[in-house]
Write a protein that binds this ligand. Structure first.
Ligand code: NAD
Ligand code: ZN
Length: 267
């Protein structure tokens, strides 16, 4: 089938779907300049992420592990949401129902959601909505973050969460209990938080359509989420530059960059 026929078919699936879930991966942030782990730009002092983003690295040499996250935060500070993030944010805000799930830890979906909600809060938006605050207005487009977010810290001891701060001479400590902080992300070898995974599965099981964007679909359990939609009788649209293990299960596979395909598909 031609690319334009595939796009037309995919647009019909989107229009006809009641509930929609989207699962995104590192590919959606590639056009924002966020390095994937496999890029040379993802390397720092010749360490592999698998050596630094582990509980063992934080136990053995927390300074070096923290310096890597501090560097990643500085790289991210120079990145912004791209048309792919923005199309998804507009789409879910317009439907008023949440359905965005991401494996990314870069916080770009959250930024796009807040920006889209702020853009919609024109003069005609209600006072109640404005009073509820930006996060409430953006709620439908805020992602379930399967692997956490680099832009937050979490206490190793009491689990309290804090916005990230630049790394100083001393390792960052918890404001409430004094325990060591760590980035609020799932490290290699750790399991995903049960309630976060349950929320993602519940969205997928109830969806008529799952949109999978920019993921190689090899990291489990995230890669199994689209299968929950399929098993419940829903359809699957894949947006990627290339084939993945999910492609043969896809109802429609759209080949192209997320920043171009998603606005065409969703707007
Ligand atoms: P991945 O790197 O394994 O795969 C990226 C996929 O995106 C590939 O299939 C590639 O073909 C596709 N792709 C690349 N550019 C694209 C574009 N412009 N448009 C559409 N598709 C594009 O990513 P993954 O599947 O998310 O798994 C990587 C793991 O590493 C995840 O668990 C994630 O938490 C972590 N990670 C996150 C980030 C981030 O937060 N941005 C970056 C690197 C790694
Ligand atoms: Zn604490």
């Amino acid at each position: 089938m031609s690319a334009s026929a595939d796009m037309e078919r995919a647009r019909r699936l989107v229009r006809g779907a009641g509930r929609v879930v989207a699962l995104t991966g590192a590919g959606i942030s590639a056009e924002s300049g966020v390095p994937t782990f496999r890029d040379a730009g993802g390397l720092w002092r010749n360490f592999r992420p698998e050596e630094l983003a582990t509980p063992q690295a934080f136990a053995r040499d927390p300074r070096t592990a923290w310096e890597w996250y501090d560097w990643r935060r500085s790289v991210l500070a120079g990145c912004a949401p791209n048309p792919g993030h923005r199309a998804l944010a507009r789409f879910f805000l317009g439907r008023g129902a949440a359905g965005l799930v991401t494996q990314n830890v870069d916080g770009l979906h959250t930024r796009a959601a807040l920006e889209a909600a702020a853009g919609r809060a024109g003069p005609e938006s209600g006072q109640a909505e404005a009073a509820a605050g930006p996060a409430e207005a953006a709620r439908a487009a805020l992602p379930v973050e399967l692997h956490g977010a680099v832009g937050r810290d979490r206490c190793n001891r009491c689990e309290a969460r804090f916005p990230a701060e630049p790394l100083g001479d001393a390792l960052p400590r918890c404001d409430s209990c004094g325990g060591l902080r760590r980035p609020d992300v799932v490290l290699f070898g750790e399991s995903l938080e049960g309630d976060v995974l349950a929320r993602a599965y519940s969205l997928a099981e109830r969806a008529d359509l799952c949109l999978v964007v920019g993921t190689s679909a090899v990291v489990y359990p995230a890669a199994a989420i689209p299968l929950a939609t399929l098993e419940a009788g829903g359809s699957l649209i894949e947006v990627n530059l290339e084939d993945t293990p999910l492609t043969r299960s896809a109802t429609v596979a759209l080949r192209g960059a997320a920043g171009e395909v998603l606005p065409a598909l969703l707007d």
